[in-house]
Design a protein around this ligand. Structure first.
Ligand code: SOE
Length: 389
């Protein structure tokens, strides 16, 4: 069986998710398009990299990510580092002829993302940006219903991503709150997932009208810039530094096909943990999804007999997208891990079959253009066309 060697750069929360997916993908999707071998992992120090190799099951490790780029045995470079290093690593990997998967958002904005897109296109390698939530079977099922015309022409998309892991002002200032590293705040970190849903389900976005807000303007500094996603709290007397990104964003959307809609993302939604939702209204029905109940897709079809019309719940299982590889009974439970396993499967399949995969760097770049248009609109208080970016 074909094997593909993976070199992963970064080994935090997202590294854990990706490493697990490389190990598990063939267990779910068999025969696998190829076996993914966890060949080499890079982290910031020798000690951290050694620990990552043990913890995540990699054959070797390095404290210099360029060892992965320069290793002729590596087929896939996996970038799971903070946003400010995505471009440098991806461009080097593309020039070395490696296939690439990069965590989202693609980079710190449209300009940087474009350099990455140019590099992968020039190199002719496969490229993917890890907007994994569209690989939740219920989300792929929504896409299938829409493509089949089950709700008719799409009129409206409304999406939210509400979180609260950093709603406490004493949760630390990680790189996610620093513009120079992250590019933007809630918009780039979670709002882009909603933008991916919007484009996937309703079509491309043409214009935006937005507002942003930062409620928590400073946060405690933590040694080593630890990114524990709010699980570590500091006391009030610790040194604090300014937050220079948004922690809340709202935007109206006009789609190229005439549909309208909105997105919202916040880090201050107390009680909302990973409240990633959408509702799509079409001429003949509606579809609604909430990632906190990710086995379920709520659908309403206007053509149902009038006396039984109403939202019904479809629990995803073997009859639905990716169902033949996942669990044998509906509602056994889809998790974050499964979305990453499916993502890996689709990437590997595209490499082996030599087909395009999406979302790819072109999608990632377009999402960064929309995000930049949202920031511009919020600053200038007017509708901004995405093509202005
Ligand atoms: C933090 O907000 C975060 O880890 C995001 O960066 C991820 O993309 C999201 O899936 C979960 O929350």
């Amino acid at each position: 069986m074909k094997t593909l060697n993976v070199g992963m750069i970064g080994a935090g929360f997202m590294g854990k998710a990706h490493a697990m997916a490389y190990a598990a993908m063939p267990m779910f999707f068999w025969p696998a398009p190829a076996i993914t071998v966890r060949k080499m992992v890079a982290d910031v120090t020798e000690e951290a990299a050694k620990d990552a190799a043990l913890r995540l099951g990699f054959e070797s490790y390095t404290a210099d990510w360029r060892d992965i780029i320069n290793n002729p045995e590596i087929d896939i470079v996996d970038i799971v580092t903070p946003n400010d290093s995505h471009a440098e690593i991806a461009i080097a990997a593309a020039r070395a002829g490696k296939h690439i998967i990069c965590e989202k958002p693609l980079a710190r904005g449209a300009e940087e993302s474009k350099t990455m897109l140019d590099a992968v296109q020039a190199a002719g390698v496969k490229h993917m940006v890890a907007f994994n939530y569209r690989r939740t079977p219920a989300v792929a099922l929504a896409k299938k219903y829409i493509d089949e015309g089950a709700i008719g022409k799409v009129l409206n998309f409304r999406g939210t991503y509400l979180q609260d892991w950093s709603a406490d002002p004493n949760s630390p200032l990680s790189w996610r709150f620093q513009k120079s590293i992250a590019g933007s705040g809630a918009l780039g970190d979670i709002g882009t997932h909603v933008l991916d849903f919007a484009r996937y389900l309703a079509g491309d976005v043409a214009e935006v009208m937005a507002t942003t807000k930062t409620w928590i303007n400073e946060r405690p500094v933590q040694a080593g810039g630890v990114d524990k996603l709010g699980t570590v709290k500091s006391s009030d007397d610790v040194e604090k530094c300014p937050v220079d990104v948004d922690d809340e964003v709202l935007s109206m959307l006009r789609f190229e096909n005439g549909a309208i809609g909105s997105i919202e993302a916040t880090r201050n939604g107390h009680g909302r943990n990973n409240f990633l939702t959408f509702e799509v209204h079409g001429e003949k029905g509606s579809i609604s999804f909430n990632y906190e109940r990710r086995d379920e897709l709520k659908v309403f079809f206007k053509d149902d007999p009038e006396d039984r019309r109403g939202f019904r719940t479809v629990y995803t299982g073997p009859a639905h997208p990716y169902g033949d590889g996942l669990w044998p009974i509906p509602a056994l439970g889809i998790g974050y891990g499964e979305t990453k396993i499916i993502e890996t499967y689709d990437l590997v399949k595209s490499i082996v079959d030599d087909t395009d995969v999406s979302p790819n760097f072109a999608d990632g770049y377009r999402i960064e253009q929309i995000a930049d248009a949202i920031l511009k609109s919020a600053q200038e208080g007017r509708w901004v066309s995405v093509d202005e970016i």
